[in-house]
Ligand binder design. Structure first.
Ligand code: NAD
Length: 530
């Protein structure tokens, strides 16, 4: 048995060791999941939701210990473990407990006149076994929400937590065990890249991945071999646009929270801040003063993953080498820990790495803009498109700008929060990923929508069935012109023919056509305008 070590990045101390799942065991886990699927998918939704409720209740009952475990595994401050992991998880589960029946109920849709008398609806069926692979930055929220969404929709799940925060993977496994899911319905596979690869190789019916662009591309390529659908929730380089008419003091506080919460390791962190020129100096002065007030271990925690801290330093060095200025922060704190000072950077230009690549650390680069159009152009000049924010007291202007941002989510006069509204779909565009979850989309993404059209079957035949005759051809010309043409008047003989053809569907056919298809086609061609 091999073990994964869990260090506390805020202290460097060894917390625990978690047994790793042998990647070779993933195949057997898939077989158990496949065996569990028929019964779980047939379990009434109300009963499936009772398991969900139990997970929520155990999570909330254990709020204090779970927050401590998350903080120990990630280095985040405990309040952020509650505010941004436990609370939104409970909130999203509660939302689905109330809304799932409605979201997954068959949806009646209209039926066109050609199929008069039929009715049509869409049914949402589970896909089978879903593979969920998660990252380390919000290891609870970004795992439980997709796993349970897939379960509510009637799927079984193979879940692989991040190897960087194995303690949280174990906490989640305990929650599922306490909820008492039937065997094989949800299985936690602890491990790193090889275990993730084994999940993909086990050919699940859908892969839901949250993580980096580089891994997302590899997973999509591997999934393509078996035509497995993927949902990819990837990185970001989110812009924040502050107009001169915004509440500047509020915008400063919002920017600091958006850039430094979770030590900047948020896919929707404020990573590029554009401030209108006339208030730029005031904004920078206030941002620097407020950043210096932030207290280590109280308002900001440590970073989580050593290579990420190195990347932050690389991005900063690259910016400084090209003329940027650190206004405050910029240093790693305390040897043996992953604390990095919240950093405000000015003198940045759009071509610097710090303005193009995901930094994923507590750094706020600020640059000025002159016009609304320039702000939009700068914000859209990115490979990413996850979230963005627009700050102005002029809401029509803020909404106008929001509509022009190429982004999966936009906040007005706030940052990040769209993800925490469980009614809103969440996901990115461009390199930030594909697919949406949360909201109704969060259950539909784990379902096969099946289109069903019901004909009572009381007529001997349908108008579009054989035999084809010149009169039928003429009737379809008439119908198409009448319904969709420029001139909608129909000459009386054509209308009479159309009615005759419709009524004909209610009569039993006398005999079937005796002509060969070729002769019949030729006859039609002679009689009809081509
Ligand atoms: P990562 O891509 O390194 O790892 C994510 C998960 O994938 C881990 O569980 C890892 O073990 C697994 N994995 C790695 N290689 C694999 C492979 N070849 N096949 C299968 N699984 C594999 O990402 P990370 O460093 O854990 O997370 C940080 C990244 O996640 C950042 O880019 C961040 O922006 C992004 N993120 C996105 C969202 C979102 O919702 N869009 C949310 C949080 C984090």
């Amino acid at each position: 048995m091999t073990y994964m070590t869990q260090l506390n990045p805020a202290t460097g101390e060894l917390i625990t060791e978690i047994p790793e799942t042998d990647p070779a065991a993933v195949h057997a886990a898939m077989q158990r999941a496949r065996a569990a699927f028929p019964s779980w998918s047939q379990t009434p939704l109300a009963e499936r939701l009772r398991y969900l409720k139990r997970v929520r209740e155990h999570l909330v009952d254990g709020i204090e210990t779970i927050a401590k475990d998350i903080a120990k595994a990630t280095g985040k401050v405990e309040i952020e473990a509650v505010m941004a992991e436990i609370f939104p998880t409970a909130d999203t589960l509660h939302y689905y407990e109330k809304e799932a029946a409605n979201i997954l109920a068959p949806k009646r849709v209209k039926t066109p006149i050609l199929f008069f008398g039929n009715h049509s609806y869409v049914e949402y069926k589970p896909m089978g076994v879903v593979g969920v692979i998660s990252p380390w930055n919000y290891p609870l929220y970004l795992s439980i929400v997709p796993v349970l969404s897939a379960l509510i929709a009637g799927n079984c799940v193979l879940f692989k937590p991040s190897e960087v925060t194995p303690l949280v993977g174990a906490v989640i496994e305990d929650l599922f065990t306490a909820a008492g899911f039937p065997p094989g319905v949800v299985q936690v596979l602890h491990g790193g890249r090889e275990t993730g690869q084994a999940v993909v190789a086990a050919k699940p019916d859908k892969i839901f991945f949250t993580g980096s662009v580089a891994t997302g591309k590899k997973i999509m390529a591997a999934a393509a071999e078996h035509l497995i659908p993927v949902e990819l929730e990837l990185g970001g380089k989110d812009p924040m646009i502050v107009f001169a008419d915004a509440d500047i003091d509020r915008a400063v506080k919002g920017a600091l929270w958006g850039a430094f919460t979770n030590a900047g390791q948020v896919c929707m962190s404020v990573e590029r801040l554009y401030v209108e020129e006339s208030v730029y100096d005031e904004f920078v002065r206030k941002a620097v003063a407020a950043t210096k007030q932030l207290r280590q271990g109280i308002e900001y925690g440590s970073m989580t993953f050593p290579p990420q801290l190195e990347l932050v330093q690389e991005h900063l060095q690259d910016a400084i080498d090209q003329g940027a200025t650190i206004q405050c922060g910029g240093r790693a704190l305390q040897e043996g820990t992953l604390y990095f000072e919240p950093t405000v950077l000015t003198g940045v230009t759009p071509d610097m790495r710090i303005m193009r690549e995901e930094t994923f650390g507590p750094v706020l680069p600020i640059m000025p803009f002159k016009t609304e159009q320039e702000a939009i152009t700068l914000a859209n000049d990115s490979e990413y498109g996850l979230n963005a924010s627009v700050w102005s007291k002029d809401l029509p202007k803020a909404k106008r700008v929001a509509s022009q941002l190429i982004s999966g989510n936009v906040c007005i006069n706030d940052v990040i929060t769209t993800v925490a509204n469980p009614h809103l779909p969440f996901g990115g565009v461009k390199h930030s990923g594909m697919g949406r979850y949360h909201g109704p989309e969060g259950l539909h993404t784990f379902s096969h929508p099946t289109s069903i059209m019901v004909n009572k079957g009381t007529k001997p035949r349908e108008i579009n069935w054989h035999p084809y005759t010149p009169e039928l051809h003429q009737a379809f010309n008439t119908l198409t012109q009448f319904l969709y043409g420029k001139k909608r008047s129909v000459p009386f003989p054509a209308l009479k023919n159309l009615i005759g053809q419709v009524l004909g569907t209610y009569r039993k056919p006398k005999t079937t056509a005796t002509t060969t298809p070729t002769t019949q086609q030729n006859t039609q061609n002679q009689n009809l305008p081509m």
